[in-house]
Design a protein around this ligand. Structure first.
Ligand code: ATP
Length: 358
């Protein structure tokens, strides 16, 4: 098991980077505690794979250092790092059986046969592969092959960390849920440090204890799934996490009141935006807005209502700005105007994208 620290780490694929936009990873500091389960979450191109490849020694960073348990490993090649990796596509040997594939990383390290046998059976049990051990890998479905790939990543009990790069992308959606739960269980049993790259918020939130949200080469927030949901540090996090994401509304703020055009919303606490902020916005999740709950709510235009089967999403317009509102399945709105009210404790103020603490 390993504690991993990143110090002033940055990377540019350009030979002579001069400006921030030349960097795929902007300078960052981070600590991944021993035994923690972390997800690197963000949209395509935000730098997740670059960061993972640097930690696994496949890419050497332009700047900064990586420490495993306090030891500087920045210059070490992958083979000398005590890590396992699982990639997006299965990396297995088609001519071997499932058992031989699982045993391979241990055989390579000259682990005694009895210990190999015990560990392979243990991992096969975790992943529900016990009945398939004698089957040849060739001819198995893509799902099964990726399961074996996961098993190969998990089989070495002595690794300091396991790094996963979108390993469930090729997996059938139904099977994904099962594998996520299995991975979570495996992590709890093994207590190995796990870093998991994904652009799928559900995956990140179900697998990790701490989610690291990245945007444009930067870490914008590190938090538990609940923290990211309840207190997004940046409008991007609010928008990216949640379905639909957080509503972001242009506003003015003075003391404990926000103004949206001619309308006022009480903030419930005084908020002072930083001097010189160019853009003030309110953030409120669709879950924390009520329509027609009070007679003095702010009037909004109802554009349409979508039924998801479990709840409804009302698409409304406030002073020309689109908002989503989650309503119970049985709620009805008569007419095309509704009165909007918000749950004050979930109303956030943002200055130039960043959360302003109230
Ligand atoms: P995805 O989810 O699509 O894999 P990502 O978040 O993992 O995206 P990276 O693959 O790390 O993002 O890419 C970050 C940035 O670096 C992107 O702008 C990408 O085009 C660029 N990049 C990645 N690999 C290379 C490379 N080998 N050479 C040059 N630029 C690269």
């Amino acid at each position: 098991m390993a504690k991993i620290e990143l110090k002033n780490l940055a990377h540019s694929y350009k030979p002579n980077p001069t400006q921030p936009s030349d960097y795929a990873l902007k300078p960052m500091n981070m600590t991944w505690e021993q035994g923690g389960a972390y997800a690197l979450l963000g949209p395509s191109g935000c730098g997740k794979t670059t960061l993972l490849n640097i930690v696994s020694g496949l890419v050497k960073p332009s700047q900064g250092q990586i420490f495993f348990d306090g030891k500087d490993v920045t210059a070490l090649p992958t083979e000398q790092l005590n890590i396992a990796q699982v990639f997006q596509f299965p990396v297995i040997y088609d001519t071997m059986t499932v058992y031989q594939n699982l045993a391979f990383p241990l055989k390579n390290r000259h682990v005694p046969a009895a210990a190999i046998d015990a560990r392979v059976k243990e991992v096969a049990k975790m992943l529900d592969l016990e009945r398939d051990l004698t089957r040849k890998a060739r001819g198995l479905t893509a799902d099964m092959k990726q399961k074996i790939s996961l098993g190969r990543g998990l089989v070495r009990a002595d690794v300091g960390a396991i790094l996963f790069d979108e390993p469930l992308t090729v997996i059938d959606p139904h099977m994904k849920w099962q594998l996520r739960a299995q991975l979570k269980r495996v992590h709890e049993q093994s207590n190995v440090t796990m870093v998991y790259v994904t652009h799928d918020q559900t995956e990140a939130l179900t697998i990790a204890d701490k989610v690291i949200v990245m945007y444009d080469g930067e870490v914008v927030q590190i938090g538990t799934p609940q923290e990211l949901f309840e207190r997004p540090a940046h409008t991007f996090v609010g928008y990216f996490i949640g379905s639909p994401g957080m509503n972001v509304i242009a506003a003015e703020v003075a003391g404990d009141v926000a103004r949206i055009g001619p309308h006022q919303i009480a903030l419930g606490r005084p908020v002072t935006a930083p001097a010189g902020a160019k853009k003030i916005e309110l953030g409120i999740r669709p879950e924390f807005i009520t329509l027609n709950g009070t007679a003095d709510g702010i009037p909004v235009k109802v554009k349409r209502v979508e039924d998801t089967g479990r709840f409804q999403i009302a698409r409304v317009e406030l002073e020309g700005m689109p908002l989503a509102v989650i309503m119970p399945e049985d709620a009805r709105i008569d007419g095309d105007v509704a009165r909007l009210s918000v749950d004050q404790k979930h109303l956030h103020v943002y200055a130039d994208g960043h959360l302003v603490e109230g």
